[in-house]
Design a protein around this ligand. Sequence first.
Ligand code: SF4
Length: 561
Amino acid sequence: MLVQRTPKSFWGFAESRKLHGIVTLNALGRSSMTISCRVLMIYPKFVPNSFWNYTEACELVGAKYPAAPLGLITVAAMLPKHWDIRLVNRNTEPLTDADLDWADLVMIGGMLNQQPDAIYLIGLAHQRSKPVCVGGPDVSSSPHLYADADFLVIGEAEQVIEHFIAAWESGERQGVFIAEKFKIDVTRSPMPRYDLMKFDHYLFIGVQYSRGCPFTCEFCDIIELYGRVPRTKTNDQILAELQALYDNGYRGHVDFVDDNFIGNKKNLRTLLPRLKAWQEERDYPFEFSTEASINIADDSELLQAMRDANFFAVFVGIESPDPETLAQMKKKQNTRRNIAECIHKIYSYGMFVTAGFIVGFDTEKASMGQAMIDLIEEASIPVCMIGLLYALPGTQLTRRLAKEGRLHDGHDLMKVEQAGDQCTLGCNFDTKRPLRDILADYKDVLEQVYSPTAYAGRLSRLAAMLDRSDRRRELPEGDVRKRLGGIDSIHKIMRALPEAREPFWKTFVEVAKTNPGALRYIVMLMALYMHFGPFSKRVISEIDRRIAELDGMPPARVAAG
Ligand code: SF4
C-alpha cells in the first residue's frame, strides 16, 4: 500500500468538522472526541445511449434503472459507524443543492461509462466548497483523469480505506491511497449497506461472491483490476448478505455481479447446495442471474446445481465466431468447441443466455459479419451485446496497441458530447482492416440481428429449448417483475413496438401454447426489445454518420428514436 499525502488543503474543513464532534465517555470515564462526518455518496449518471440503459423495460414494471450501486454501499459499510451517510444515485433521483450543502465530504465512485458525470460532479462539489473523494474501476484505471479530486482511492478500497479515514480524521484534506493489487481478502469485505438503497428504484439488486477470473482475454480489464486468481467470499458470508436483503424486504431478481461466477468452481460447488437449501427454506424469494465463461457448459453437475438454486439467466462472452480471432485475443476457452451446442445445453437447464460479441479485431476476415449473424441465429440468443472493439485503459490490448503506435490520443477519455458506449465509440485505435469495412460489417450485423422478425424467431427457438419444467411458476409477492405477467404489459409492449407487433404476437401465442413455463422469460426479453430495438437503430445511424465521414461526404442526419 502506498499512501501519498499532501498537507491540509485550503478547504479549511478541519474547523467546521469540529462542529459535528460528539463527546463520549470511554470505559474509564474519560471524555473523548468522536469525530462525526456527513458523507454524501453520489453514483454518477451513466452515459445516455448505452446498451445497458434499458430504462424502457424498467418503466414497464415501475422501476427507474436496471442495476443498483453495489460498490458504493460496500464502501459505505467500511466507513466509521458514527459517520452519517446518504446515498444519491443520479440515474434514479435528482441531486439537490441541499444534498451538497448538508455534506462535509462527497464520495463518488463509478465505471468508464460514468466518467463524464463523475468528472462533472467533482467540479460541482468544489463549487460548493466540498472536498471530494473518488474511487472505483475507472479511477483505478485512469487516475490522471481525476486529478482534480481531493482524495483518490486507487484499487480495491478494503485495503486502504482505513488509511483514508485516519487521514481525514487527522484533518488532512488531500491524498492518494493506492491498494496493492489483488491482495484483498474478500472474506473480510463487510456486508454492503443495503439499508441505504431504495429497492423499488431497481429492476434487480447485485451481490458479489467472487472477484477475478482465471482466463487471459487480451481486451479485458477485469484481470488487470482484480487479478487471475478468483477470490471468493465464504458461504456463510454470501448467505448472510442474501439474508440481509431478505430481511430488508427485497424479493425478486438478484444478480451475482461476479466477473466470472465459475472462476473458482471448487468453492462454488460448496456454495450452490447451501444456496438451494436457503432458497427452499424461504420458498424461493430470489431468482438469480450471473456472468460466466462458456466452459460452464462442460459441467453438467454445476449447471444442475445452478438450476436447483434458481438461476434463470447467464451472460456469456462469445466475442467472435472466428477461431483464429479468438486465439489472437487469447480467449482460448471459446475455441475447439461448438458454441451453439454449449448455449443450447445451458437452455436445457432452464437458464437463458445473453451474450457479448465484438467486432474490430486484427485477424477478422471480410466474412466475419455473416458468420457472426449465423452463429447468433444458430445459438438462438435473443439479446446480444454487439460492440466495436474498445481498447480499455490498462489492458494487454492497450499496451500492445501503444507499443505498435496505433492507440488514438485521448483513448481513455469519454467526452460528454460523445454520449455513447463501445457500440458507437470503438474502435479507439488504428485498425488493421480498413475501418470503413469494419463499420459496414458491424452495421450489417446489427441490422439483421435486431430486426423484429429475427429477434422474435430467436425468442421462439429459445422457448422451445428452455426447460422450465421443474421450476415454480409464480414469482414471490413483492417481485416487481410480477407486473410483467398481465396481458396489459403485453399490450403495452406491442403498442410501443408497432413494427414488432406481428412477429411478437405470433411468438407469444405459440409459447403460451407449447411452453407456458418459459412465457414469463420470453415476455421479459420482449420488454427488453423496447430498448434494444430503438437503440440498435440509433447505433446504426451513428455508424452511417461515421462511414459518411470516412467517405468524405456530409454527415447523414441521425434518425431520432
Ligand atoms: S473470461 Fe471474461 S472476465 Fe475472464 S478474462 Fe475473459 S473477458 Fe475477462
